[in-house]
Design a protein around this ligand. Structure first.
Ligand SMILES: [Zn+2]
Length: 346
């Protein structure tokens, strides 16, 4: 790209969240005397007798069956449950709401050592199918307004257990980013008659930030990225939820996630930590035809040994600073191989 070394020092409008993001890419290489993290090669055994997610092992309540594919169970300590107590005290000012719903854990694979990058085509599809089934079933329950599917990967985002898994929080709460996206997509449609998600797809396809694509989805570091290596997976046609793609598109979604995970690992030849979240329309009984279904990856690292710390401007001030140029970060992720560095064949 021509403008690879271009400094981005400006504010950019985040069209999904409707907020300004501050870019100061000239600060990315500043002297750093804070914490660094040794790039760790996480090598785990295929089965760990102490892992609460491995097949056959005991959990806090009960035990896992000897499952063979993707496997889903109710979280032993769910943040959402229909058994939550009534609020202790509440009034019009300090208002509170009784919690309802459920939370589930999805093991992607029985093998403790695998991650997305190791799954076969059939295995990635199996995970996507389970997401779809769970969203359909949980979303149909009257007390569940939103099904949030996410994955925390790596110890830097607080996951001590490497067993490949993600989670579902489904309750009487529409999570904040999704609530914002409901608003932003609705407003955009009313103002322009156009779909916000498809507008972003069009812009990104025309720009230098696409890192991978297939006939159904594309992956990009968006123009408005909040994190250095943030990636969005967007559908090439309007979809509001994981229940919208057909089987071929679901396969393509699984393959796209695997490619993103592979490119991440190849970037620094180490397992890349991230928070992944699936943003899909609420299930509160209303229609959201303009909602922009997409998957977000937020990696906490800006260099192999350096975290993007959320501090004064982010935690204290409430606005994100990105010390990088999204065009450059996309070029880095595009330049690495789509074949995992640890795989000999494939
Ligand atoms: Zn395990």
């Amino acid at each position: 790209m021509q403008n690879q070394a271009r400094v981005v020092w400006e504010q950019r409008w985040h069209p999904l969240r409707e907020e300004w993001v501050l870019y100061s890419s000239h600060r990315g290489g500043r002297p750093w005397i804070g914490d660094t993290h040794a790039p760790q090669e996480e090598s785990a055994p295929s089965y760990d007798p102490t892992c609460a997610l491995c097949p056959g092992n005991k959990r806090l309540t009960g035990a896992n069956p000897r499952y063979e594919g993707a496997y889903c169970f109710t979280n032993d300590l769910p943040p959402f449950s229909n058994e939550a107590p009534a609020p202790l005290e509440a009034d019009d000012f300090y208002s509170a709401l009784q919690v309802a719903g459920t939370a589930e854990v999805i093991c992607y694979h029985p093998d403790h050592a695998k991650t997305w990058v190791d799954l076969t085509d059939e295995e990635v599809l199996a995970v996507v199918e389970l997401w779809r089934e769970r969203t359909q079933e949980l979303g149909a329950r009257p007390e569940i307004d939103h099904v949030l599917i996410f994955e925390n990967k790596g110890s830097l985002v607080g996951t001590s257990n490497p067993h490949p898994h993600g989670q579902i929080y489904a309750g009487n709460l529409i999570y904040g980013h999704t609530a914002r996206e409901v608003q932003s997509s609705q407003k955009y449609f009313e103002r322009t008659g156009r779909l916000l998600g498809q507008e972003i797809v069009e812009r990104e396809l025309a720009g230098p930030r696409v890192i991978a694509q297939n006939e159904s989805f594309l992956a990009c570091v968006p123009w408005f990225a909040r994190y250095a290596y943030e990636v969005l997976i967007l559908p090439r046609r309007q979809m509001a939820s994981i229940t919208d793609p057909d089987e071929r598109e679901r396969t393509n979604l699984g393959l796209m996630i695997r490619e993103v995970a592979t490119r991440y690992d190849n970037l620094w030849q180490m397992p890349m930590p991230y928070v992944m979240a699936i943003h899909q329309a609420p299930t509160d009984g209303q229609e959201y035809p303009a909602f922009p279904f997409h998957i977000e990856f937020h990696p906490p690292l800006r260099k192999p040994d350096t975290m993007k710390y959320l501090a004064g401007p982010e935690i204290g001030g409430g606005s994100m600073t990105n010390e990088s140029n999204p065009d450059e970060k996309a070029a880095e992720l595009r330049a690495v191989s789509p074949i995992h560095y640890k795989s000999n064949s494939q």
